[in-house]
Design a protein around this ligand. Structure first.
Ligand code: AMP
Ligand code: GLY
Length: 419
């Protein structure tokens, strides 16, 4: 039986651990650092996702057969290169390939060069030139910091004053770090996430999903890491899927080969269905969070075999999915995405899990004196599956209502666009 190490600790990694625990080939799962929910299915290792050297030593000492990486920071830190150089098998792109996420400018130039549809753009290092370009254009305008910014590097000013202040933050005061700014055309339309397994050359699609970025019901309030997600998406047609595969994902994989950095792992297309067709908003170099939590419960095939085929460059087995719908509600700490308290006891988890169509993925929890307590901004993702989105919604919501914690809130309207 195989030993697998999962790197990361949020809901996405819990969903990966959960999928691996259904594998007939996997005997032991470690997760670094993991969390209180993951601890029920894997042995947690007290190492952070960026402690690349220590993780490598751990993998060598414990005879790990395969490592799977969740977060982009570990990939951008070169974990795949370090593991590969040590002869360790790993699922996740090289540092060079992870640039498709860690540099917006690299991603935009790749799209321009390989004719992948995206918003018109220009990249600036110089504040005055950027400001002049923005002043000549129209509003709103999209300003993107070039590096990783934990989802906070995109600002969409409605006024020139706001645009000026943002450019000052990004280019003069280095508020996000030293880096360039991509100034982009503002697009409109529903957004969706398209994740594919990519083994360098071939692209294997997963179902599309949609997350809910705003904190409060009716898509109001501040942006978050995502307050819920669902799949499939009735507004994405078969033709849309075909277009997204042929004009976006396949050319991106081919482009990465041509650029000398073949992509191996999960390529995530953040897409928008605009009035003039599907366009790329961003690429990510890893599983999406919280999209993964609604997609992986639908996977019927053995995920270890899929990871292995990508890691080894061997033929991909047939990938089978359940035809079900899946919907997940995030329960977050009151105050999130601003400041929030921690250490509040969570009750009712067992009760919520009594329905076999429910899965609960821990995003930010810890164990304290035998209790599961809150330890992050987003705390739990409660996922329901069923034969329709309505059924998945009701199943998940019923489970959410069984969970008791004085410091959690959630949006009841996940999936409102399609229900
Ligand atoms: P990103 O970090 O690139 O995913 O951007 C964060 C969010 O900003 C996206 O999910 C979109 O909602 C929005 N956004 C980014 N680029 C554009 C664009 N060109 N037009 C409209 N909205 C955008
Ligand atoms: N759900 C957005 C992301 O994973 O980047």
């Amino acid at each position: 039986m195989k030993k697998v190490l999962v790197v990361g600790g949020g809901g996405r990694c819990h969903a990966i651990v959960d999928a691996l625990s259904r594998s007939s080939e996997v005997g032991k799962i470690y997760c670094a650092p993991g969390n209180a929910g993951i601890a029920a299915q894997a042995e947690c290792v007290p190492l952070k996702d960026t402690q690349v050297e220590e993780l490598k030593e751990f993998a060598l000492e414990n005879g790990i057969d395969l490592t799977v990486v969740g977060p982009e920071v570990a990939l951008a830190a070169g974990i795949a290169d370090v593991f590969s150089a040590a002869g360790l098998r790993i699922f996740g792109p090289s540092k060079a390939a992870a640039t498709i996420e860690s540099s917006k400018d690299f991603a935009k130039r790749l799209m321009a060069k390989y004719d992948i549809p995206t918003a018109a753009f220009e990249t600036f290092e110089d504040y005055d030139k950027a400001l002049e370009y923005v002043r000549k254009g129209s509003l709103p305008v999209v300003l993107k910091y070039d590096g990783l910014a934990a989802g906070k590097g995109v600002v969409i000013p409605e006024t020139f004053e706001e645009a000026e202040a943002t450019l000052k933050d990004m280019l003069l005061d280095d508020k996000f770090g030293k880096g360039k700014v991509v100034v982009e055309e503002f697009l409109t339309g529903p957004e969706f996430s398209f994740m594919c397994f990519v083994d360098g050359t071939e692209v294997y699609p997963m179902a599309v999903s949609q997350d809910h970025k705003r904190a409060y019901e009716g898509d109001k309030g501040p942006n978050t890491g995502g307050m819920g997600a669902y799949s499939p998406l009735p507004f994405v047609t078969d033709e849309d899927m075909e277009y997204a595969m042929e004009k976006v994902m396949k050319p991106a994989a081919a482009g990465m080969i041509a650029e000398g950095c073949p992509f191996k792992g999960v390529l995530y297309g953040g897409l928008m269905k605009t009035p003039s067709g599907i366009k790329v908003i961003e690429f990510n170099c890893r599983f999406g969070d919280p999209e993964t939590e609604v997609i992986l419960p639908l996977l019927e095939s053995d995920i270890y075999d899929i990871f292995s085929a990508v890691a080894d460059g061997t033929p991909m087995p047939e990938i089978r999915w359940k035809a079900d719908a899946s919907m997940g509600f995030v329960m977050a700490s009151k105050g999130y995405p601003g400041s929030y308290g921690k250490g509040f006891v969570i009750d009712g988890l067992e009760e919520a899990l009594s329905d076999p169509a429910v899965r609960i993925y821990h995003m930010g929890t810890a164990l304290k004196d035998g209790d599961v307590v809150t330890s992050g901004g987003r705390v739990l993702m409660v996922v329901g599956s069923g034969s329709s989105l309505r059924q998945a919604h009701d199943t998940a919501l019923k489970a959410v209502e069984k969970i008791r914690c004085e410091n959690l809130f959630y949006r009841r309207d996940i999936g409102w666009r399609v229900l």
